[in-house]
Design a protein around this ligand. Sequence first.
Ligand code: G16
Length: 542
Amino acid sequence: MIKTVETTPFGDQKPGTSGLRKKVPVFQQPNYAENFIQSIFDSLEDFRGKTLVIGGDGRFYNREVIQKAIKMAGANGFGRVLVGRGGILSTPAASHIIRKYKAFGGIILSASHNPGGPTEDFGIKYNIGNGGPAPERITDAIYAISQKITKYKILDANDIDLDAVKTWHLGDLTVDVIDPVKDYADLMEELFDFQAIRNLFSLGCRVVFDAMHAVTGPYAKEIIERRLGAPAGSVRNFIPLPDFGGHHPDPNLVHAKELYDEMMAPHAPDFGAASDGDGDRNLIIGRNIFVTPSDSLAILAANAHLAPGYSAGIVGIARSMPTSAAADRVAEKRGIRMFETPTGWKFFGNLLDAGLVTICGEESAGTGSNHVREKDGLWAVLMWLNIVAVRGESVEDIVRQHWATYGRNYYSRHDYEGVDSDGANGLVESLRERLETLPGTKIGDLVVSKADDFAYKDPVERSVSDHQGIRVFFEGGSRIVFRLSGTGTSGATLRVYIERYEPDASAHDIDTQVALADLIIAAETLADIRRRTGRDAPTVIT
Ligand code: G16
């Protein structure tokens, strides 16, 4: 039976960079999740009888919202729901399932790399039929509807058992609880040379993958240990926990510090990797070397042809604007197209659908390809292992050779998390007001050559997204970008992205923060970061 429930709008349901992310108690308010899910459905057309994919990263409150979403999908007219067993689907696996089973779309429950637990973060996002995050025109519509909502529809039915692969019938709705891993693992086996990676492991290459008690545990166990034969124990922290074991499931040098330290120690394993809460981010560390996400994108693009799924070569590369220009140098040398988009994987969807690019990546630890429409953590790990296996060289050798060929883009991101929103907005606003007067400004030996507020015109839809970050360029090719994060759940997070290009191979061994020291000073001088944020130093440096 369909129940119609009266409700009133919540003012704060504007989706950010990647869906709606809030603290769990916010989502636990009566009708909060229901309002947002109903707003998603009300923004869509012609889905009666069609299939919806539902899954999440297993974080606290995942199961409760999955039950609501299933019943609301049925009440709103979907004919079939595919849901991962245990309510689990990694974000890239959900994207693949949507595509493979030609679903109308999907609801993914995740707050990505943000911590989980009763007082931590939760999130809901909608993906369209191409498997990718809803574009801005849809997220804008969802928000507009959420601000006027008066009722939602839900089936009056018992919860279903999510823990067995089984088919259920709730009125006219069919619910298939599916194995969350198999389809995705099969896809990886099609794209990569599993035999070469198996040989690599049997020759003694030691791999460590830290699943951070998040969603990739079951995927990595199946692929890295069972299908590729890495010794048991190679995949760590593989049981997804609702609170990620109390850690931030964020694969960066702060939250995966233990792995980093292990990779820098004597007798380190050969290859270290990690993924985040929902499995779309990656961290790659070779013995003795951390690979920045921007470098990783460039190196994967330069070597992708070594993997069977990409043997015909790649047609183009896309990166988010704040990502370093390392990949641009690969595109230039290969004579393929390069696109610079705003932050947010949703901006890559049209480029991938139109066949303009094969590989995409972001400085925020995301890399992926046209195999799905999300970034994909395990995909990046397997692509790296495939390249290491075929080239027969270490990660460090591969990175150093890449720098020698293309030059090195020294790159770092300084985050000021949870700062006062007014202060952060004021900082960006003040830079925006001074854009025209900045060129010619001298700070130490640096001279500003150009400054703008990044705007993007989608080459397929022709839609324009403006105010996507303040860019300050310097003579000689260095750059600083200032932007506010769209994924935080408390206060504002200021991100400062700093980049310097160094073509000379004899200068490729400098500590990154030292290599960027003059630009770090320039960022402070230009934006008055300390005064406006009230912080003496960044919270996280990556
Ligand atoms: C999300 C988006 C990414 C974006 C990242 C950081 O990643 O999907 O495209 O680069 O947030 O965004 P921001 O700088 O606005 O915080 P994830 O892994 O959190 O879904």
